[in-house]
Ligand binder design. Structure first.
Ligand SMILES: Cc1cc2nc3c(=O)[nH]c(=O)nc-3n(C[C@H](O)[C@H](O)[C@H](O)COP(=O)(O)O)c2cc1C
Ligand code: SF4
Length: 435
């Protein structure tokens, strides 16, 4: 593997870097100053040329999303998505804890490019410490004139508020987030209209992920060509990767997107190999919603295109859970199914019913009470839950589909070995009640 110079995590471990002066000593806010000296359209153009793809899961190009805003508008909102509820993802948390001003600078640049009037940093409820870190940094940034009226004498005004969620996975979906921000239940909205046309409080709105925005100061300072030169075509720029589970060094690491799942597990600069000499059984490399890989599929590149070659939904949050050889795949199946059944908001029948039934069946299989036909049924339910844009209002059901279907498809023989042992229906029901 090539050498790599950290960009997003470059300040980790530097003294006092959460404070404005220390951040500025590393060149902080120079990107924002430079952006404010250009027109908003020029800033959008650089971000488009850099092909900065959203880091929140879908990989949609940020500059293109910004250009969907209507030309004539009075109020524009920027929502910064720090909900970060995808298991086992914690890269946004690391960015906010380690370098809060980098994110604030990114917010200022995106705010200026989109001519946002107000930016809301929407943080998941569990981020209590991170909330205080961000609020302190925001207060400092306001005091220094990076937020508020007439920022750095540019004539541009931007207010920024931190909004804390109440703890629901679906509030990370952009329209669920908007509903929650408006003080309602976090139910995703039917689209169209898309947020760029009618978002928060009925006004044009851009939703971007924390890591997406953290890239902006560097793109503005170092240029689109520099950014394009990092990593493979179509997946350019720095990327954060989380790894957890049965490895020696769980953590959040930065590299370009030519890294493979194997590198992430084995290389000493990342996961540092399997714990206690265990062997890999499976990996969920993009959060759990992208699906699962077997031990034979570790050469998958962690970029925006290769996951599809392995039957996965996408790169997702590029956060891997490594499952070791001794882990019972039924427990993985059950835990994953439980998550989606719990988090489905219930608006779409097939998601509400499908996730609940998948959990019920997975639970039965895990307890040794599965029927012979259960595995087939578990494979079929996801195929009826719909791919976006299609049958469901948001992508949660797609995530559930890929997670469950790939586990069933790739570990079918193991799962089949566990079912059908209790043939007598009466005995089975009695055992189920007793359990
Ligand atoms: C169920 C669900 C949960 C999501 N959770 C998050 C999240 O926690 N953080 C995030 O940035 N995007 C999340 N997304 C994706 C957002 O809807 C949206 O695509 C993203 O915030 C856009 O930012 P980006 O273009 O910068 O990636 C989620 C999507 C779905 C369907
Ligand atoms: S797909 Fe599921 S989570 Fe999303 S809106 Fe429909 S029911 Fe709610």
């Amino acid at each position: 593997m090539n050498e790599y110079e950290p960009i997003l995590l470059r300040n980790v471990g530097k003294p006092n870097v959460r404070q404005l002066d220390a951040y500025r000593a590393t060149g902080g806010y120079e990107g924002a100053v430079r952006a404010l000296a250009h027109t908003p359209d020029e800033v959008i153009d650089v971000v488009k040329r850099a092909n900065l793809r959203g880091r929140g899961g879908a990989g949609f190009p940020a500059g293109v999303k910004w250009s969907f805003l209507p030309k004539e508008r009075d109020i524009t909102y920027l929502c910064v998505n720090a909900d970060e509820s995808e298991p086992p993802t914690f890269s946004n948390r690391v960015l906010m804890e380690e370098d809060p001003h980098q994110l604030l600078e990114g917010i200022l640049i995106a705010g200026y490019a989109t001519q946002a009037t107000v930016a809301y940093l929407y943080m998941r409820a569990e981020f209590a410490e991170q909330f205080h870190i961000m609020q302190k940094a925001l207060d400092e940034a306001y005091h220094a004139g990076y937020f508020g009226k007439n920022i750095l004498n540019s004539g541009y005004d931007l207010e920024c508020y931190i909004h804390r969620g109440a703890g629901a996975y679906v509030c990370g979906e952009e329209t669920g987030l908007i509903e929650s921000l408006e003080g309602k239940r976090g139910w995703p909205r039917i689209k169209p209209p898309f947020p760029a046309i009618q978002g928060a409080f009925g006004k044009p709105t851009v939703v971007n992920n924390v890591e997406t925005l953290a890239n902006l100061p560097h793109i503005i300072q170092r240029g689109a060509d520099w950014f394009m030169g990092i990593g493979p075509e179509g997946s350019s720029g720095p990327k954060l990767f989380c790894i957890s589970g049965a490895v020696n060094k769980p953590g959040c690491y930065e590299w370009s997107m030519d890294i493979t799942v194997r590198d992430l597990i084995e290389d000493d600069r990342f996961g540092g190999g399997m714990r206690d000499g265990l062997k890999v059984k499976a990996v969920m490399p993009g959060g759990i919603s992208m699906g699962i890989l077997t031990a034979d599929e570790l050469d998958m590149k962690m970029d925006f295109s290769d996951p599809a070659n392995y039957g996965l939904l996408g790169l997702g949050t590029s956060s891997a859970i490594v499952i070791d050889e001794h882990t019972d795949i039924r427990k993985v199946l059950r835990n994953v199914a439980r998550f989606y059944a719990h988090e489905s908001c219930g608006q779409c029948t097939q998601c509400r019913e499908g996730t609940s039934w998948m959990y019920k069946i997975a639970n039965r299989v895990e307890r040794g009470l599965g029927r012979a036909e259960d595995i087939e049924l578990l494979g079929q339910i996801p195929s009826k839950m719909g791919m976006m844009p299609g049958l469901s209002i948001c992508g949660l059901s797609d995530g559930a589909t890929f997670a469950i279907r790939t586990i069933v498809e790739k570990f079918r023989s193991e799962l089949e070995g566990y079912v059908g042992s209790v043939d007598d229906e009466v005995v089975r029901i009695a055992l189920e009640i007793a359990n």
